[in-house]
Unconditional design. Structure first.
Length: 309
């Protein structure tokens, strides 16, 4: 079995705080993407997100005096991370283009199960019965909030499953790359490499004129919406990058369920999609599960400090 990588900077509480920040901001990506995708293609929303992230992170790197150079190994890991980012973004934009945000996000919430399994198999991370139990409870809560209906949405309902798989690998790659690269460097190069990887897709769209791959010049407000996708993505993914530097992915995975609470809230604010009684019961289950994990991890961290004395 591969031994788990334990960073000397592992500190549960900062990781939890950053993950909560991610859960608060990440649903804004979906709101802006849903708005923009009513007017432009999935490809255009995806490439806009990468362009904005690159533009925002480049001056940050320069101000911090970070190097733009990479080793061959770092480049390889970052290319994989960029591919996972493209896959998760495009699949989810395709889903929310026709589905309510909360419905799509509920299906994506199979991702923590994938993450727990991959974290154990690839990094040997500890996955105790209480973490597994909290993840299961959180998933049940997500189902209560959304009640996904695959019959209603057809094959589009499978798109969030692609997002779940890609994002699980994205998180694990983030954990691996953060050993060698600062979060700002990681975010810049991931977006920049993603732009390069999207060039063949854009060229294919230009030649084929298949709608999903084409680019257009929409109204000004749509450009603002696409910028919003990139801005929210940059801020939220910086938070999750820092979170994964501080805490193991198996610890953070159950907290990810809290994202759905904000997704329901923003769905109501922007699209008048208000939860029913069963959905509110699910929100309570998700919140309780997340708070339990926070309390549990703080208790374990305190016990570990006592043992080291």
């Amino acid at each position: 079995m591969t031994r788990a990588f334990v960073s000397p900077t592992d500190n549960i509480l900062p990781g939890v705080v950053m993950m909560l920040g991610f859960c608060a901001i990440a649903p804004l990506i979906d709101v802006a993407a849903k708005m923009a995708s009513q007017s432009v293609s999935i490809t255009q929303v995806t490439i806009a997100r990468l362009i904005v992230q690159t533009a925002l992170m480049a001056p940050v790197m320069m101000l911090l005096g970070q190097s733009f150079s990479l080793t061959r190994q770092q480049l390889g890991w970052l290319i994989l991370r960029a591919l996972m980012l493209i896959g998760s973004t495009a699949a989810f934009v395709g889903a929310v283009q026709v589905m309510p945000i909360a419905d799509a996000l509920a299906i994506v919430f199979v991702e923590p199960f994938v993450l727990l399994a991959l974290g154990y198999m690839m990094f040997g991370e500890s996955v105790g019965p209480r973490r597994i139990g909290a993840s299961i409870v959180g998933f049940i809560g997500a189902l209560l909030v959304i009640q996904p209906n695959f019959v209603q949405f057809g094959l589009v309902a499978l798109y969030p499953l692609v997002t779940a798989l890609c994002f699980a690998f994205y998180m694990l790659l983030t954990r691996r790359i953060s050993r060698d690269l600062a979060p700002e460097t990681m975010q810049f190069h991931t977006a920049f490499l993603g732009m390069i990887l999207m060039v063949p897709v854009i060229a294919f769209g230009f030649v084929s004129q298949i709608e999903v791959f084409t680019l257009s010049n929409p109204a000004p407000h749509v450009w603002v919406e696409m910028f919003g996708v990139g801005l929210a993505a940059t801020v939220s993914h910086m938070m999750i990058t820092y979170a994964l530097r501080f805490a193991p992915s198996a610890t953070l995975a159950p907290l990810h369920y809290l994202e759905i609470v904000n997704a329901v809230l923003f769905g109501w604010l922007f699209f008048s999609d208000w939860p029913n009684t069963l959905s509110w019961a699910g929100i309570a289950v998700i919140t309780t599960s997340g708070l339990y994990i926070i309390a549990r991890e703080r208790q374990l961290a305190k016990q570990a400090r006592v043992r080291l004395r």
